[in-house]
Write a protein that binds this ligand. Structure first.
Ligand SMILES: *[C@@H]1O[C@H](CO)[C@@H](O)[C@H](O)[C@H]1NC(C)=O
Ligand SMILES: *[C@@H]1O[C@H](CO)[C@@H](O)[C@H](O)[C@H]1NC(C)=O
Ligand SMILES: *[C@@H]1O[C@H](CO)[C@@H](O)[C@H](O)[C@H]1NC(C)=O
Length: 425
């Protein structure tokens, strides 16, 4: 115990002393991603007292939200990753060791002890972390073998978003670029020292893959739910109020429910990918489930109401529930989208969403006012002509019957008119 503490102290002291030398002569293997997103140099001390440590320097453009290198594997599973991002002052960096158990956001591990040293910081558009890790050569699922001439590594960087945090468990967005490389570790072995920043691959380093990436699934989830709740569902309301068409209302709302449901399933899957949503207890997720239940209930209510109505030709007891659930579910869905963007760490899109929602509200209000005026005008006309036009008054509001739709022999004014959905008195 005392011995290992002493070893850590000794290495820590030499760590800082090496930084006094401007250009390090340390043995090192270096890697620079072909897209310039990550540069990494590694030194493996060969001292007898220190056979668990690693020295490394990680740098990359400070426009990336985070920059990372992963050791021991060519896939995320069981890889030990070091992720750096700006600290809360944006002048220095936070370094977070993490393990990944799948192709999902890696989780912080407290098993790794490490020191972030001088030379770390953010300047001139570059993030730099100088790290001495005290027990980094083996972990659950992987290891660093100094005799391996083609050891597997990963690199990745986050999108151009601002991430400033002192927390080692900060939530991350999905990588915007990532890849794999192998390094000849025998060339990294030497006196324990912090290596210099590398500007090109050193001998024995090969980049295998390089992919750009985007956060497609959360975007799809957002797009589908916005189309359903902000677009299609309000249109379904207009179809009922303006066209007076129960049939098209039902078709449209079935479509919007289907789109929303697909969006929900995509969202549930997205939730499993990130630490912040994996336990499924955020307000957006819980509220979303409640809304989904409400939406399905709304669909069933509308369907059953219509079936009963067709048989009895009288307003059913379900009508007021259908009307009021609709008035709750649509705004609740819209509110929940506002809660979703912060969870996806994309709060800025809430402004665009706000603009879109306001535009839709204005359009719907204008259309409803126009409709209301039209009804008033028609009522006046009807009063003037006294009864003559009564039976025909709704026909121009039913374009589908002009389009050759089979007319039913039930009085359409009562099925199609909003009266069918009015609270029975
Ligand atoms: C930390 O180490 C312990 C003991 O070796 C191990 O059981 C545990 O799984 C490790 N935790 C992580 C996050 O690696
Ligand atoms: C960043 O933090 C490290 C570790 O605390 C420190 O040694 C270094 O001087 C800091 N860099 C700047 C630019 O403040
Ligand atoms: C800042 O970065 C540019 C380009 O990356 C480089 O040419 C320049 O030397 C750097 N300046 C300092 C002071 O590091």
């Amino acid at each position: 115990m005392v011995c290992s503490r002493l070893a850590v102290l000794v290495t820590a002291v030499s760590f800082f002393s090496t930084l006094l030398h401007a250009a390090s002569t340390a043995a090192a293997s270096g890697f620079v991603a072909s897209d310039g997103s990550v540069s990494f140099a590694l030194n493996i001390p060969n001292d007898q007292v220190d056979d668990t440590s690693l020295y490394f320097v990680l740098t990359g453009p400070s426009t990336s939200s985070w920059i990372s290198v992963g050791m021991g594997n060519n896939e995320m599973k069981d890889t030990l990753m070091f992720i750096m991002y700006a600290d809360s002052t944006a002048t220095n960096v936070t370094v977070s060791p993490r393990l990944s158990y799948d192709n999902t956001e890696p989780s912080y591990t407290s098993n790794v002890t490490y020191t972030v040293g001088p030379g770390s910081g953010i300047s001139n558009g570059t993030m730099t972390a100088t790290v001495l890790c005290h027990n980094c050569r083996s972990w659950k699922g992987g290891s660093i073998d100094p005799t391996n001439t083609a050891a597997n590594f990963l690199f990745a960087s986050g999108p151009r978003e601002s991430l400033k945090s002192n927390s080692v468990t900060a939530n991350l967005q999905r990588h915007s670029s990532y890849g794999t490389f192998t390094m000849d570790l025998t060339r990294a072995v030497g006196a324990g020292q912090l290596p210099s920043i590398v500007t090109a691959d050193t001998a024995g380093t090969i980049q295998d893959t390089d992919k750009s990436d985007n956060d497609f699934l959360p975007a799809l989830h957002g797009a589908l739910t916005i189309i359903a709740f902000v677009g299609l569902m309000p249109i379904g309301l207009l179809i009922l109020r303006i066209m007076n068409s129960v049939k098209w209302h039902a078709l449209n709302q079935s479509l919007s429910a289907a789109v929303a449901l697909i969006g929900v399933f995509v969202g549930i899957y997205c939730g499993t990918l990130y630490n912040r949503s994996r336990s499924f207890n955020s307000a957006h997720q819980l509220f979303g489930l409640v809304i989904t239940v409400g939406m399905v209930a709304q669909f069933i209510l509308g369907f059953v109401h219509h079936r009963i109505y067709k048989k009895t030709l009288a307003p059913t007891k379900l009508a007021p529930f259908h009307i009021w659930l609709g008035r709750l579910v649509i705004p609740a869905g819209v509110v929940n989208i506002f809660l979703g963007f912060p969870l996806a760490q994309n709060s800025k899109y809430n402004w665009a969403l706000l603009g879109f929602v306001l535009a839709i509200i204005i359009i719907i209000s204008l259309v409803l006012v126009w409709k209301w005026k039209q009804i008033k005008r028609q009522r006046k006309m009807r009063l003037a002509v006294e009864g003559n036009l009564n039976s025909d008054s709704g026909s121009e509001m039913r374009p589908w019957s002009a389009m050759g739709e089979p007319e039913t022999n039930v009085p359409l004014d009562h099925i199609n008119g909003p009266s069918a959905y009015h609270v029975p008195r």
